[in-house]
Design a protein around this ligand. Structure first.
Ligand code: NOJ
Length: 558
């Protein structure tokens, strides 16, 4: 396996709106980020992934871009961004930018033009179709509820929007559009950025003819994902993109790819094929969803999580590369979802971090994770800001679903769980802003905040720091093979990494029980060293020990 910097890196994601506000308008901004770079350096991360900071009317918090080559007013100016890049590089860190090119904003100049007439030169940058039987061109549903088509009266046609109606899909079949995108990417690459995170990039090739999806009983619109996820020309487009842009720079790429399995991910990430370096897959964050999708709550089974994460570890073992994440700006907070955010918040946050950071792949930390931030329960629906949540609430209320039932799903899965402001200290508004925050804070900031974790040497923050250091000290953590052990154990997720004559044994107690770990007999060694654990005292040895609630240990064996 070829060694590269991005395999050896740990990435930290910033969602700018909620990170740090420098000017008191209640919205995070670029100068706010600059003021926290020393904190990130202290944590030890290598790369920052910046969620979109481009010009945007903010229908979907910046994932609706109206100018790809300018900065959103609330976040600052291009000069602030230049300063950010230079300050990141000065600290020997890297910066990757979000690339959102499945769709633009309807306020992008291209779409403003495209709407003017059917023969406008930008018309074909988007996907337009005449209506069918007095309705939409097909029955696809938008990810944000309702039809995926919006009617334009002026030109008497519909345009496709897989997300909100303010996010029209770009037409990748059009070579001129593709060239425009590559030109824009090169413009950023020439500024010296270190790569891209590519938003729903496996949606850009749609099946010819955009056929109806098979109808589902009681539903007017259905997902239709089989007609645009991993579509017919996706590999061709990604190879062309690579060749015309990133191939000429030493950068990293990660493609966000809902609905990808590890067989497909092999094709996307095989180094020989030159598409992307790694993908964000969704299988493990769908294990607690029922057949009706993310709001259809199901308890997570540990056996499923073990099976799934292990299948990705094995699947991409010799070809390709994994990204490792448990939360981001679209997912609930990981300690609330997979751990215990009450009695064992600190222990379970450290346990989950160990589970992930000891695997093979590039780990991603989402802002606030390093202090163990938790999900939010707002009382009123008006306190929620996320378009996906609000549209879903409205639609379900219209269908007669009781308020309390919808709120329960929002508490567990809503995207605003991850979007409350970062908690910097215990002062008013948690030090996030001196003004009125754009979204309410989690009231637990008095206890859970950056100042507190930096002052406590046993904190989650320093635990992450240690995990990152271990990755730098032990090649086996980056490049070693992976094998699941204790497959049938109902409390423990354990695995072994192997490189040459070294092994790392990782043991994670997933619950509040006190199970006993026994090392399988076929694992031979003559020396063992405890690399990290989340309880101070070490009782027993790697051969056998009883785990405390949410206890985790990783041993190096030689
Ligand atoms: C995925 C992004 O992560 C999410 O926040 C956004 O709403 C959709 N793509 C649409 O851009």
């Amino acid at each position: 396996m070829k060694k590269t910097w991005w395999k050896e890196s740990v990435v930290y994601q910033i969602y700018p709106r909620s990170f740090a506000d420098s000017n008191g308008d209640g919205i995070g901004d670029l100068q706010g980020i600059i003021s926290k770079l020393d904190y990130l350096k202290k944590l030890g991360i290598d790369v920052i992934w910046l969620s979109p900071v481009y010009k945007s009317p903010n229908d979907d918090n910046g994932y609706d871009i109206s100018d790809y080559q300018d900065i959103m007013d609330e976040f600052g100016a291009m000069q602030d961004w230049e300063e950010l890049l230079s300050e990141v590089h000065k600290r020997d860190m890297k910066l990757i930018m979000d690339l959102v090119v499945n769709h633009s904003s309807d306020e992008h100049q291209w779409f403003v033009e495209a709407k003017k007439s059917r023969d406008n030169r930008y018309r074909d940058y988007y996907i337009w179709r005449p209506g069918k039987n007095g309705g939409e061109p097909n029955n696809w549903q938008s990810a944000f509820s309702g039809s995926a088509w919006e009617y334009d009266e002026n030109t008497d046609e519909y345009y496709l929007h897989l997300f909100s109606k303010k996010q029209p899909d770009l037409n990748w079949e059009n070579p001129t559009l593709r060239e425009e995108v590559y030109k824009m990417m090169n413009w950023w690459l020439d500024k010296g950025i270190d790569g891209f995170r590519m938003d729903v990039i496996n949606f850009i090739s749609k099946v010819d003819g955009l056929p109806d999806a098979p109808a589902e009983e009681g539903k007017k619109y259905v997902s239709g994902h089989e007609y645009f996820m991993n579509g017919p020309r996706i590999h061709e487009f990604l190879q062309e993109m690579h060749q015309k842009t990133t191939a000429n720079y030493d950068v990293m790429t990660v493609g966000e790819m809902p609905g990808v399995n590890h067989e497909q991910a092999k094709l996307y990430t095989d180094e020989e094929r030159k598409e992307v370096n790694m993908v964000f897959q969704f299988e493990h964050v769908d294990l607690d969803s029922g057949p009706d999708g993310k709001w259809d709550l199901r308890p997570l089974k540990l056996a499923d999580l073990k099976e799934n994460l292990s299948s990705w570890q094995k699947g991409l073992e010799h070809v390709g590369w994994n990204s490792l994440y448990m939360n981001n700006h679209d997912q609930p907070r990981m300690v609330s979802r997979f751990g215990n955010d009450k009695e064992y918040r600190v222990e379970s946050a450290k346990m989950l971090a160990t589970l992930l950071h000891m695997m093979k792949g590039t780990p991603y930390i989402y802002q606030g994770e390093e202090m163990g931030m938790t999900n939010i329960r707002f009382e009123n629906i008006e306190q929620y800001k996320d378009i996906e949540t609000l549209n879903m609430y409205k639609e379900k209320r219209e269908q007669g679903v009781p308020h309390d039932k919808i709120m329960e799903a929002i508490y567990v899965k809503g995207r605003d769980n991850a979007r409350t402001p970062v908690q910097w200290d215990d002062s008013e508004h948690a030090g996030f802003t001196t003004g009125t925050p754009w979204i309410d804070l989690n009231p637990n900031y008095k206890e859970i905040n950056a100042k507190a974790v930096v002052e406590d040497e046993n904190s989650i923050f320093y635990y992450y720091h240690k995990l990152i250091q271990l990755r730098k000290q032990h090649e086996i953590i980056v490049y070693g093979g992976y094998d699941l052990i204790l497959e049938d154990n109902e409390d423990i997720f354990a695995y072994v990494r192997t490189l040459g004559n070294e092994k790392v044994v990782v043991v994670c107690n997933f619950y509040g029980n006190e199970p006993t770990f026994e090392l399988p007999n076929d694992i031979q060694f003559s020396e063992s060293e405890l690399l990290i654990s989340n309880y101070g005292d070490e009782e027993g040895t790697v051969k056998q020990f009883t785990l405390k609630p949410y206890e985790t240990r990783a041993y190096l064996l030689k």
